[in-house]
Design a protein around this ligand. Structure first.
Ligand SMILES: NC(=O)C1=CN([C@@H]2O[C@H](COP(=O)(O)OP(=O)(O)OC[C@H]3O[C@@H](n4cnc5c(N)ncnc54)[C@H](OP(=O)(O)O)[C@@H]3O)[C@@H](O)[C@H]2O)C=CC1
Ligand SMILES: CC[C@](O)(C(C)=O)C(=O)O
Ligand SMILES: [Mg+2]
Ligand SMILES: [Mg+2]
Length: 337
């Protein structure tokens, strides 16, 4: 199945420049969208509750900060970039009462629409602009004249203009420099959850931690294990990013390539593929979404326990020490890029 990919020449920036945009939330994605929209000549205000710790960061950048309800009332395009689990209540309390004919409701991820936690009225456009990358890098790439690819989707289109509006928004945050692919809320949500759980975050973290454990439990120095399975992973992935797996295999030694081809399938066995399929089924049938919403409503006890265990993993102590000696690696995450 072929996809439609759009670039800057396909987008009309004046469409988003003609709207009053409210960005609800100023975290990883919120700050990136808000600052890049502003730098692209868009009229932006930020919606954050009184007392939010993000308020000071947005104000330091000279952005106008209102409450979510005030921002939604003023704007004719509302982009929700608060945590997925908070969006349902923000929508019902602050946004829904402020929606009018012709408004557009935008999302950075399809979770709340796909799992029907938010059901917008028929008179507003509902669309998505989902960058395929962490927000701090979305902003960093924009500032560097580059861009992170984005997915766009349209769920409701009473204006008949929702796709052009989403593409214009994606261009304003740098996405159309890299490529904007048209998809659906369902496809974005399911592939995004699968990617972060199985490969990008869950799979990669578990692979690195397990490799570190195997080496250190066998008596090798933690510093050597860290460089081998974590630090060098970025250098290897950089080659894949630039030229695919083939370029990485071209650059590593024949010995490494033979080990890759013969041992890789012994690590990622058919059982691992079955596990990935089971994870995908839990995403598709709503099991994961129900579990995550219930965990959040219960105050996230299991989430916190697992976070603490991750922070206590010995690789973190070794890594902190080594990164502290490489000033170019230990780059702080900021909200200004
Ligand atoms: N992180 C990423 O890179 C990516 C995220 N997304 C999607 O973007 C959305 C935002 O995620 P992310 O950027 O990670 O979120 P973060 O957790 O980084 O930031 C959330 C922001 O929302 C604010 N917030 C919390 N409660 C409210 C509220 N009641 N009203 C308004 N604002 C509130 C927080 O403020 P405070 O400081 O007070 O907590 C914070 O500024 C999600 O849909 C996510 O799936 C999509 C692609 C990548
Ligand atoms: C990979 C995690 C992500 O989906 C992202 C940065 O794209 C997220 O939800 O943060
Ligand atoms: Mg993602
Ligand atoms: Mg995600």
């Amino acid at each position: 199945m072929s996809v439609e990919i759009f670039y800057d020449d396909d987008a009309d920036l004046s469409i988003i420049q003609g709207r009053k945009v409210a960005v609800i939330g100023y975290g990883s994605q919120g700050h990136a969208h808000a600052l890049s929209l502003r730098d692209s000549g868009v009229d932006v205000r930020i919606g954050l509750p009184e007392g939010s710790k993000s308020r000071a960061k947005a104000e330091e950048e000279g952005l106008r900060v209102l409450t979510p309800a005030e921002a939604a009332g003023e704007a004719d395009l509302i982009m929700i970039l608060a945590p997925d689990t908070k969006q349902r209540s923000i929508y019902s309390e602050d946004i829904e009462p402020n929606l009018s004919d012709g408004d557009a409701l935008f999302f950075g991820h399809g979770f709340n629409i796909r799992y029907e936690l938010i059901k917008p009225p028929a008179n507003v456009d509902v669309a998505m602009v989902a960058p395929k990358g962490p927000g701090h890098l979305v902003r960093r790439q924009f500032v560097d004249g580059k861009g992170v690819p984005c997915l766009i989707a349209v769920e409701q289109d009473p204006s008949g203009n929702a796709q052009a509006l989403a593409l214009s928004y994606a261009a304003a945050i740098g996405g159309a420099r890299a490529g904007v692919i048209k998809t659906t809320f369902t496809e974005e949500t399911e592939t995004d959850l699968f990617g972060e759980q199985s490969v990008l975050c869950g799979g990669a973290s578990a692979l690195v931690q397990t490799g570190f454990e195997v080496l250190t439990e066998a008596g090798y120095a933690p510093e050597i294990a860290y460089f081998e399975v974590l630090h060098e992973l970025k250098l290897i992935v950089d080659l894949m990013y630039e030229g695919g797996i083939a370029r990485m295999r071209y650059s590593v030694s024949d010995t490494a390539e033979y080990g890759d081809l013969t041992r890789g399938p012994r690590v990622i066995t058919p059982e691992v593929k079955e596990n990935m399929r089971a994870i995908l089924r839990e995403i598709q049938d709503g099991t994961f979404a129900r579990e995550w919403v219930a965990e959040d409503e219960a105050g996230r006890p299991n989430f916190r326990k697992l976070q603490e265990a991750g922070e206590r993993h010995p690789i973190e102590e070794t890594g902190a020490k080594l990164r502290g000696l490489m000033s170019w690696v230990d780059r702080p995450i900021t909200e200004t890029a």
